[in-house]
Design a protein around this ligand. Structure first.
Ligand SMILES: Nc1ncnc2c1ncn2[C@@H]1O[C@H](COP(=O)(O)OP(=O)(O)O)[C@@H](O)[C@H]1O
Ligand SMILES: [Mg+2]
Length: 268
């Protein structure tokens, strides 16, 4: 029997495979491009990297703003749609100030991905920035371990129902909804209501409830995609502190034409 080759090496190769986000980080890294991105956005210089997910990278701007640069094709159209809704009902969502497309597109594997930038309010993230499900300091301060577990449970259930809804083509299908679609909508409303009853999660629950009742089921609201409001931003109308969605992406959307998204070249 031949022994397998060194498995550690193979494992590392898998872990290091580029993701859309790590490729985007390279795309955004040349100093002259960073300056052009900042000039285009007009929210101060592009600062330190605050985090990276699968599709996007987030950078600091002038307080209270950050910018998410992403190749998730659904996120910018979703932000643009959400920006047309009543700001008070959207208090459980980070506020956005600018949505643009940046050119050139980003090559990844065999495709070219449109790049979008969304300027949104900075949050204290719900989880600590370490591997695993670990509450952040602010989360423990606000909720304690028991409150953390309750939010985790209700949000997890909301997400399961949102996935079921999208798997049943709920986002596209305006004709007779199937029993499973109806029960997933009831499930989302039910767990959004449960969130509304949990101290700290009232705004988050209220916004998810309102969106669900309008037929907008955010498919990927998990613990890495929520955070605490950090700034009041009085010029946008004061909002109370609380948990909010920071990343409404990864959701099949019929809103690609909600508002035209302006495009700017950042390569020259
Ligand atoms: N509004 C924000 N304020 C501060 N940090 C943020 C904010 N939004 C995202 N981040 C950080 O950036 C990371 C990636 O952002 P996210 O929008 O979830 O990207 P992806 O679409 O790739 O999942 C988050 O996990 C978080 O650490
Ligand atoms: Mg995310």
């Amino acid at each position: 029997m031949t022994l397998p080759q060194d498995s550690t090496v193979r494992h590392e190769t898998v872990l290091k495979a580029p993701t859309p986000a790590s490729t985007l980080r390279e795309w955004a890294s040349p100093a002259d491009r960073r300056v052009r991105i900042a000039k285009t956005l007009e929210f101060g210089p592009l600062g330190e990297e605050l985090g990276m997910g699968h599709w996007g990278v987030v950078y600091a701007l002038e307080s209270p703003w950050v910018v998410k640069i992403t190749v998730d094709p659904t996120e910018a159209p979703m932000w643009s749609k959400l920006g047309t809704l009543d700001p008070l009902l959207m208090a459980g969502l980070a506020r956005s100030a600018r949505i643009v497309r940046l050119l050139p597109d980003m090559p990844f594997e065999m495709e070219e991905f449109p790049v979008f930038a969304i300027v949104r309010e900075e949050a204290d993230m719900f989880l600590a920035q370490v591997p695993g499900v670990v509450p952040s300091e602010r989360t423990l301060q606000e909720l304690g371990q028991a409150g953390f577990n309750r939010v985790r449970y209700a949000l997890g259930k909301y997400k399961v129902n949102a996935e079921l809804y999208h798997n049943e083509n709920g986002a596209w299908n305006n004709v007779e909804p199937s029993v499973r679609v109806r029960s997933s909508i009831e499930g989302m409303l039910n767990y959004a209501e449960k969130l509304m009853e949990l101290p700290g999660a009232e705004l988050l629950g209220g916004t998810l409830y309102h969106l669900t009742s309008k037929g907008i089921a955010l498919r990927d609201v998990h613990l890495n995609n929520i955070g605490w409001r950090k700034y009041e931003i009085p010029e946008m109308g004061r909002l109370p502190s609380g948990l909010m969605v920071t990343d409404p992406g990864h959701t099949p959307t019929r809103f690609s034409m909600a508002r035209p998204i302006p495009a700017y070249a950042v390569n020259r």
